[in-house]
Design a protein around this ligand. Structure first.
Ligand SMILES: CC(C)(COP(=O)(O)OP(=O)(O)OC[C@H]1O[C@@H](n2cnc3c(N)ncnc32)[C@H](O)[C@@H]1OP(=O)(O)O)[C@@H](O)C(=O)NCCC(=O)NCCSC(=O)Cc1ccccc1
Length: 209
């Protein structure tokens, strides 16, 4: 049995003005409804926040699936738009320019490993994104790339401190490049250091990527 059913009027904070009378009706299993209510947020607020995240993720997926369809209107510059994986994990691509990129991230409890610290794979991922973006910024329009290797040193544990990943292309030849990345915490302390080898792809090898 699904209960309760409630009607939620879209509130102003989500970009809909007071005179807007549209509403959505959401039916939830009782146990889910109870779990969604907490001291800080009403159930409606929680659902609004989840829906907003979902729409942002979908926008990014749409933008990236259109990027090669040849229509200049819908073409996406992958260096200017937060990619789907960044939306999914909560990374923010802050800047990409001339062999350098900066990505920020505020870890939450959902990013923890079983011991409660930030999962190392998430650090690999934010570093991979920053290094990939830095490398991509050095390529010509008809070139793509892939990462061949990723090396990571985890230097400090992280709980929920905000992080900044700063990547830089150190050396790049015609086909292979070396990229490094420092991930730092709020006091600029080094949390992880990464290095990757990227391979430039051209022609058929660059198809579909
Ligand atoms: C392109 C190439 C590296 C080579 O293509 P081809 O020349 O056509 O060669 P083929 O594939 O036929 O392989 C021949 C043999 O070589 C082996 N082998 C391959 N690599 C290695 C290696 N590293 N080390 C050692 N061996 C290797 C392979 O297993 C095979 O062995 P087999 O004969 O079966 O025994 C391809 O293998 C590939 O794409 N790999 C996956 C890369 C990938 O998915 N990276 C992650 C996503 S990138 C990302 O997300 C970053 C990003 C961030 C931000 C923004 C954007 C992006």
């Amino acid at each position: 049995m699904h209960e309760p059913i409630f009607t939620w009027y879209l509130p102003q904070q989500y970009g809909v003005n007071d005179t807007d009378t549209r509403s959505v009706e959401v039916e939830l299993p009782t146990d889910v409804y109870r779990q969604l209510a907490d001291d800080d947020k009403t159930v409606a607020d929680t659902i609004a926040s989840l829906a907003t995240d979902r729409v942002q993720l979908q926008r990014s997926i749409n933008a990236y699936s259109n990027r090669d369809d040849g229509d200049a209107e819908t073409d996406t510059n992958p260096l200017e738009t937060n990619p789907p994986i960044a939306e999914l994990l909560g990374f923010q691509l802050e800047s990409v320019d001339d062999g350098e990129a900066v990505v920020t991230f505020e870890p939450g409890p959902e990013h923890a490993n079983p011991m409660g610290t930030l999962h190392g794979g998430v650090l690999c991922d934010i570093g991979d994104l920053a290094m990939g973006a830095a490398y991509a910024s050095t390529l010509a329009d008809d070139e793509s790339f892939t990462t061949l290797e990723l090396d990571v040193k985890f230097r400090r544990p992280v709980w929920e401190e905000p992080l900044t990943a700063t990547a830089q292309v150190m050396d790049a030849g015609r086909t292979v490049g070396l990229v490094t990345c420092d991930i730092t915490g709020p006091e600029e302390e080094l949390v992880a250091h990464l290095q990757s080898t990227c391979l430039t792809l051209r022609g058929d090898s660059a198809e579909g990527r």
